[in-house]
Unconditional design. Structure first.
Length: 92
């Protein structure tokens, strides 16, 4: 299992990626998120120090068919820790 040395490593050279992500999260999306009809699963690491659980809770609350899956004992790199479970969730 891959674990980054330090969460700060992602922003060591520049924070532009993180700034862009926050702009997209809090800014206009170009559609009303409350009109997304299909089920959407939000995956969140319990110990994520980059994206707080509160963000996942807020996003899930805005989705009419949102489902929050908090993964215990993991952080931001969920796809590297439980890829099979996530892919199974995406499969029709």
């Amino acid at each position: 299992m891959y674990m980054p040395k330090c969460p700060r490593e992602a922003t060591r050279r520049t924070v532009s990626g993180m700034v862009d992500e926050y702009r997209r999260y809090w800014g206009p999306r170009g559609f009303d998120i409350g009109e997304v009809g299909q089920p959407v699963t939000i995956w969140q690491g319990q110990h994520d120090t980059l994206v707080p659980v509160s963000h996942a809770l807020r996003l899930t609350s805005l989705l009419p068919n949102g489902n929050l899956r908090v993964v215990l004992c993991t952080g931001h790199m969920i796809p590297l820790t439980i890829p099979g479970e996530i892919l199974d969730d995406l499969a029709p």
